[in-house]
Ligand binder design. Structure first.
Ligand code: CA2
Length: 156
């Protein structure tokens, strides 16, 4: 059987999780979240890589890497969600199932967070569920890669 490998990518400032703004992003650190994700993956025999970068170009590199070896990509692009055409183009070129993820619900926040350059080129979006969103995204990725979830965006 071929291996299932998911990549989780986190963008700028998400390394600060748990240190500031807990009312918006919760009290869990990125390390806590990644540990929960690793536990979820081990229990299902899924391989996982987790990466965080504050750099837009590095995020693009990581998306390109995922295209080469991952079964699915889960990405919280942070503020680049709302600004980066480079991110949009990299995701559009990445032909594996992709899930956009946010801890908060950007649509319930400032207007500048309402636009996402990622949303039109991913299979689905999870937002507003805090750290648990990462587990929801893993479940969604598993469904997409094991034929249990039908994506309305199967042609992206
Ligand atoms: O809700 C999310 O996950 C976001 O992607 C987080 C981004 C924000 O720009 C997006 O609109 C929504 C910001 C991440 C910054 O994280 C911090 C965590 C703790 C302290 C300061 C920033």
């Amino acid at each position: 059987m071929t291996k299932t490998l998911f990549h989780i990518l986190n963008g700028p400032n998400l390394n600060l999780l748990g240190q500031r703004e807990p009312e918006i992003y919760g009290r869990e650190t990125l390390d806590d979240i990644e540990q929960s994700c690793r536990k979820w993956a081990e229990e299902r025999g899924v391989e996982l890589t987790t990466r965080q970068t504050n750099s837009e170009g590095t995020l693009v590199d990581y998306i390109q890497n995922a295209t080469e070896d991952a079964s699915a990509l889960i990405i919280n692009p942070g503020a680049y969600t709302h600004t980066s055409i480079a991110l949009h183009d990299a995701l559009a070129a990445c032909k594996i199932p992709k899930i956009e993820l946010h801890l908060s619900n950007p649509h319930a926040r400032e207007p500048f967070r309402h636009r996402s350059f990622a949303s039109s080129v991913v299979n689905g979006i999870i937002c507003g569920f805090g750290a648990h969103g990462y587990i929801l995204a893993l479940e969604a990725a598993f469904g997409l890669t094991h034929g249990q979830t039908v994506s309305k965006n199967s042609d992206i």
